[in-house]
Design a protein around this ligand. Structure first.
Ligand code: SF4
Length: 98
């Protein structure tokens, strides 16, 4: 059987547990496409999977190592993949707004 051809789907980065109640925002400053969002009342930042270009710039600047490529999120933090995917990006803004 022929291998599946390359799809346009990109991977995304995920912000996981250690951002909760920290929200340092260093990632926001380095993201070239402004795809890291929050709104007042949030307790963490979120990466829009539809906008993330998988550049990896945010990962090393996070002071609490809360950011992972989607396929490297630790097993006990997998729930954060869904949180990042399901977040209501339409009602929030790029940046650390909480
Ligand atoms: Fe932004 Fe790049 Fe991080 Fe995606 S991987 S959230 S595009 S800095």
């Amino acid at each position: 059987m022929a291998a599946k051809s390359q799809e346009t789907h990109r991977m995304t980065y995920i912000i996981a547990k250690d951002c909760v109640d920290v929200m340092d925002g260093a990632c926001v400053d380095v993201c070239p496409v402004d795809c890291i969002y929050s709104k007042p009342g949030d307790n963490q930042l979120f990466i829009s999977p539809d906008e993330c270009i998988d550049c990896a710039a945010c990962e090393p600047v996070c002071p609490v190592n809360a950011i992972f490529p989607e396929d490297q999120v630790p097993a006990e933090q997998k729930e954060f993949i869904k949180l990042n995917y399901d977040y209501d990006y339409d009602s929030s803004e790029p940046g650390a707004n909480a």
